[in-house]
Design a protein around this ligand. Structure first.
Ligand SMILES: Cc1ncc(COP(=O)(O)O)c(C=O)c1O
Length: 404
């Protein structure tokens, strides 16, 4: 059996998406900027995709969507485009410590350019405090950027309230919604969002394409200069097939979203409830304010990479930490930020469910994972040496992490 449960890292392209994209490789291959028929057909397809994305996120106008190469570029454009804009006089921005590296590394770069950045801490569930935000924000703050939901632990941040606080202080609100668009309802107007990053490969579209939503009337400086595509905000010949794929993925997501959420929530809870029956196991993230498809748990006395390899051998594909950081030995910055010790953070497993996972697959996972955990713990020399130490951690985390 092969069970892919790493949909937070990437998703397979939906067959309907693939079908719609195919035409734009060799048949309708035109450059969308050209006036003749091939070009017009490509431009029409891009426009249709723009309409579909606009609808999915509740934007007002199609021109609020800037197509680009994905979440990383959208985050870069939002942060640099606002903070380094010639006309921007406010040199302070606020973000959180659990953002994706696409935000954190960009914020660090901005610091080298004279921008003051405040990194909000999070509580044991991964939630930022609105009170902290109110304390830190001032008339000098140009931008608040807090992710809609965290990619590792699935915690959903109170973005509507964050947007409200930002606006009251005269700041703009950007959210990295790479993990939420197509997974839970996202409405930029209702959620007070001025700028939003999204990525096609997280919602059953192709890799290497995404978009930044930019509220109408809001000005930002481009980071790529060239032929002036995407109304000057993102130069470069349009990735027509990719954009068509993102558009189709958005259309499908809008149709199936609520049903899919219901199905995945049930599967997720079955996994979480079963894993929490194991000793020395912690749920990472919030029990209810979490993505419907995300189960992230830490198993004490277990080494995450060994767990992933053992599960791989059984045909179960999940991750430990985020995909971007699995090659490093450091513990995940997100798990450390929610208060886990290094040892415990290293024993984490993230399973992220998706469109084609079945109850049978969940049964298989519920049966196999505890067995692997048991074997690894039996082998663990680390366990005996650290038993006493970890018992003290247990006391610390008992209150906060739904531990059993
Ligand atoms: C929250 C978040 N932001 C940004 C990104 C980067 O998106 P992309 O892979 O499209 O560059 C990811 C991808 O893992 C993500 O999870």
């Amino acid at each position: 059996m092969r069970v892919y449960m790493d949909h937070g890292a990437t998703t397979a392209v939906d067959p309907e998406v693939k079908k719609e994209m195919m035409k734009f490789f060799s048949d309708e291959f035109g450059n969308a900027s050209q006036m003749y028929e091939y070009g017009r057909n490509a431009a029409m397809a891009v426009q249709e995709a723009r309409e579909r994305v606009t609808k999915l996120i509740g934007a007002e106008q199609e021109r609020e969507i800037i197509f680009n190469s994905g979440g990383t570029e959208a985050d870069n454009l939002a942060l640099k485009g606002i903070m380094l804009a010639k006309k921007n006089k406010k040199k302070h921005m606020i973000t959180s410590v659990i953002e994706h590296p696409a935000i954190l590394r960009t914020a660090e770069y901005l610091e080298t350019q004279g921008i003051k950045v405040t990194y909000l801490p999070v509580d044991n569930f991964g939630l930022i405090s609105l009170e902290d935000l109110k304390k830190e924000i001032s008339s000098e703050t140009a931008l608040v950027s807090v992710m809609h939901a965290n990619n590792e632990i699935g915690t959903i941040e109170p973005v509507k309230e964050i947007g409200e606080i930002a606006h009251d202080a005269g700041a703009l609100f950007h959210t990295d919604a790479v993990q939420t668009v197509g997974k839970i309802p996202v409405d930029v107007k209702k959620l007070n969002i001025d700028l939003l990053s999204m990525s096609s490969h997280k919602l059953y579209g192709p890799k290497g394409v995404g978009a930044l939503y930019k509220k109408q009337g809001l000005r930002l400086d481009p980071i790529l200069h060239g032929g002036g595509h995407e109304k000057g905000y993102r130069s470069g010949t349009e990735n027509v097939s990719g954009i068509v794929g993102l558009g189709k993925a958005a259309e499908i997501a809008q149709k199936v979203l609520l049903k899919e959420m219901e199905k995945l929530t049930k599967m997720r809870d079955r996994i979480i409830d079963n894993f929490l029956k194991l000793d020395d196991t912690i749920l990472n993230g919030h029990r209810t304010k979490r993505l419907p498809h995300n189960a992230n748990l830490s198993f004490k006395f277990v080494e995450g990479e060994a767990l992933i390899l053992r599960l791989d051998a059984k045909g179960i594909y999940g991750s430990t930490g985020s995909a971007c950081s699995t090659k490093k030995l450091e513990a995940s910055h997100v798990l450390l930020a929610i208060g886990l010790r290094h040892e415990v953070a290293h024993g984490s497993l993230r399973l992220t469910l998706g469109r084609w996972n079945t109850d049978k697959e969940v049964d298989y996972v519920i049966k196999e994972v505890p067995q692997v955990i048991k074997e690894l713990r039996e082998m663990s020399a680390f366990r005996k040496e650290t038993e006493e130490y970890v018992m003290s951690l247990k006391d610390e985390h008992d209150d906060d992490h739904c531990e059993t």
